[in-house]
Design a protein around this ligand. Structure first.
Ligand SMILES: *[C@@H]1O[C@H](CO)[C@@H](O)[C@H](O)[C@H]1NC(C)=O
Ligand SMILES: *[C@@H]1O[C@H](CO)[C@@H](O)[C@H](O)[C@H]1NC(C)=O
Ligand SMILES: [Cu+2]
Length: 326
């Protein structure tokens, strides 16, 4: 290369890096469109996190898998019923996906559970397949799952704020799963502003997956003890993104809502006196959630601000959602 072409080339590189930081977004696809081999790759990567010992010193966590659950458990009251709800879960999903890829040789991306396909009939969903899925419903007095790749995993965190060894439990409820229907999704997508969209997603599709699976998944504090949590919340993240993409420039900057969760929220485990009432105002100047709000990843990944995760194809995140039909 001559000096001139080298300069042009370097200039081009610098320019393309500046103009398009996310040139090759990871493809997040629906679980039911995965081939059997792709399903096993994901399951095996999750099993790998479950076998790796914890190293961050988070209370009660024994494995890498537990450490991601701990991020959620430790700040449940600072991340639900507040403006940070969807941004926090977006950052948590990205941290978990990165760990699967960087620590467990997973070469795919985080799948989502296209729940409207199964709404009202979760019990017959292929997601609960024992061989190419997450195992079935719970059974017995404790509702422990007994089939599938995660049947023998011992959760060390939960239920709620307790840290006790227990099984992954489920109590699948088809009626509750109706809140994940296409009708409910469409209702949220039609909302005109952030506060309405977030409240709609948290109240309906969010509740549909958690209460439709039941057991561990229904526990607002310790729900990431069931690996299905990640597929459920990735679907919610897609709904938020689909809403954002309808008016992208405006909606990747649209934040707000309280940063102080109501103390005993309905359907949410009560906060024990030993857990201090979160003030929520981490990086926010007042009681309203802003783009400067810090999302604490407890050492599992770099902390993020809400502003950094608003766009899924920005400087920090780089993925896209593939529709199941394509
Ligand atoms: C779980 O443990 C039981 C009893 O030890 C064993 O038969 C079964 O194969 C194990 N299942 C998995 C998925 O590891
Ligand atoms: C992450 O954020 C929390 C809360 O603001 C803070 O206490 C912690 O020190 C931060 N961690 C890092 C590595 O910056
Ligand atoms: Cu949550």
């Amino acid at each position: 290369m001559t000096d001139f072409t080298r300069v042009v080339f370097l200039f081009f590189l610098a320019f393309s890096a500046w103009a398009a930081p996310c040139t090759n977004p990871g493809k997040r696809r629906a679980w039911h469109t995965f081939s059997n081999n792709e399903k096993l790759d994901y399951i095996n990567a999750e099993l790998c996190l479950m076998k790796k010992p914890a190293s961050l010193g988070l209370p009660g966590a024994k494995t890498r898998f537990d450490e991601f659950q701990a991020i959620h458990q430790l700040q449940a009251y600072a991340t639900h019923f507040v403006g940070a709800f969807l941004p926090f879960h977006r950052a948590l999903l990205a941290a978990h996906e990165t760990a699967l890829r960087n620590e467990c040789s997973y070469t795919g991306y985080q799948p989502y559970w296209y729940e409207q396909r199964d709404a009202g009939k979760f019990k017959s969903s292929i997601i609960f397949d024992a061989t190419y899925g997450f195992g079935g419903d719970g059974s017995g007095a404790k509702g422990c799952i007994t089939t599938g790749p995660f049947a023998n995993y011992t959760n060390a965190l939960g239920p709620a704020y307790q840290n006790t060894d227990h099984c992954i439990d489920r109590r699948i409820n088809d009626m509750m799963s109706q809140s994940s229907s296409q009708r409910e999704v469409d209702a949220c997508l039609a909302k005109k502003d952030w506060i309405s969209a977030w409240n709609c997603i948290e109240a309906m599709p969010h509740a549909g997956g958690h209460a439709g699976v039941g057991g561990q998944m229904q526990n607002g504090v310790s729900s990431p003890g069931d690996p299905l949590f990640y597929l459920h919340h990735t679907w919610l993240d897609k709904i938020w993104w689909d809403w954002q993409a309808k008016d992208r420039t405006k909606r990747v900057a649209e934040m707000g809502g309280t940063n102080i969760a109501p103390d005993n929220s309905p359907g949410f485990p009560p906060r024990p006196a030993s857990i201090p009432r979160p003030t929520g105002a981490d990086g926010d100047p007042g009681t309203t959630t802003t783009l400067n709000h810090v999302l604490n990843m407890y050492g599992n990944a770099p902390n993020r601000t809400i502003g950094e995760v608003m766009d899924i194809q920005g400087n920090v995140l780089c993925y896209e959602y593939v529709e199941p039909s394509s």
